[in-house]
Design a protein around this ligand. Structure first.
Ligand code: NAP
Length: 291
């Protein structure tokens, strides 16, 4: 809800409008949000509605060529609600005969691991992906890597209590973690809309690069002028930290350690200007210094 920072939906709206190949009609639920005016200023038509409401979803999709869908797990912390919204859009896309849907999906980890690992904010999106394809909607899933923006928010380095250094705690072991700035997702999605013959029916893992937690720490350290250390936390210890969504993040990292497909080369083809983590950090110095 930051005035200038649009997240996935806004990044896609901006890139599509800038490409001038399609117009954009955005579904919004609250006209008082500052981001709504940003969308209008970019040239989007905004229509009030709700992703939980069939009539408003149909109204916004009627007459469109295609749709980009992102659902927000963190809005309700509910896989069921996310699946409900995704299926509702899939059914509407089917009945209205949309030509191409790009859905911000992720893997159904629960199914892939035979029930051994559950990551509800992934699993629901995986169910929705399967549903879109099973009912025959021409759909491309973009599986977006962890946002670099997380390092300015929930994953911002924390000042150590026993010295003049900072710590970064993400249970990735020594496995590199894929990342991308959410602002760079839009151009990739816009490019996918322009090449349906290549991408319909596929899942595309979007990632700018993959770095170990110590490598992320090193980039942050350079920019902050303070040492940042990877705490080498294990998923088991991480789960016991008293911060929100620990179980979700621990299980997400357990899944990331299984190295799901994220295609760095393709992402750079879809968005040649996709930022590396160092570029991202140098462009966001101020946000990193804020406390
Ligand atoms: N953070 C990461 O590293 C990461 C990586 C990959 C995937 N994801 C996924 O990205 C999703 C969130 O995307 P985002 O953070 O980039 O946000 P976003 O695209 O800006 O999406 C959130 C927007 O959706 C709107 N919205 C939410 N529920 C709605 C409803 N029922 N009807 C109409 N509009 C609704 C919100 O409206 P209001 O402004 O009214 O609240 C908000 O503007 C999550 O599901 C997450 O799992 C995140």
């Amino acid at each position: 809800h930051n005035k200038k920072k649009l997240l996935q939906g806004g990044s896609v709206a901006r890139a599509i409008l800038e490409s001038k190949k399609f117009g954009v009609r955005a579904l919004i639920r609250d006209e008082t949000r500052p981001s709504v005016q940003v969308l209008r200023d970019l040239g989007a038509e905004v229509v009030k509605g709700d992703l939980n409401d069939k009539a408003s979803v149909e109204a916004v999709l009627k007459g469109t060529y295609g749709a980009f869908l992102v659902t927000n797990f963190w809005d309700n912390f509910s896989k069921e609600k996310e699946v409900f919204q995704g299926k509702l859009v899939a059914d509407a896309a089917k009945s209205l005969g949309l030509k191409h849907v790009v859905y911000s999906g992720l893997e159904n980890v629960r199914r892939l691991t035979g029930g051994k690992l559950e990551v509800p904010h992934f699993d629901g999106k995986g169910e929705v992906e399967e549903y879109f394809w099973s009912i025959g909607v021409p759909m491309t899933s973009v599986r977006v890597a962890a946002y670099f923006e997380n390092f300015l928010g929930p994953w911002k380095p924390v000042k150590a209590s026993d010295g003049d250094y900072y710590t970064l705690a993400l249970p990735m072991g020594d496995v590199p973690m894929h990342g991308i700035s959410v602002a760079d997702v839009g151009v990739a999605v816009s490019c996918i809309f322009n090449s349906p013959e290549e991408f319909v029916g596929k899942a595309v893992g979007l990632s700018s690069e993959a770095l170990t937690i110590q490598q992320y720490a090193d980039v942050l350290s350079k920019s902050m002028g303070k040492e940042v250390r990877d705490t080498k936390i294990t998923p088991e210890v991480y789960e016991k930290l008293g911060v929100p969504a620990v179980k979700e993040v621990a299980n997400m990292c357990r899944f990331y350690q299984m190295k799901p497909d994220r295609d760095i080369k393709l992402t750079h083809r879809l968005n040649p200007k996709v930022k590396s983590f160092s570029q991202f950090v140098s462009e966001n110095q101020a946000a990193l210094k804020e406390n």
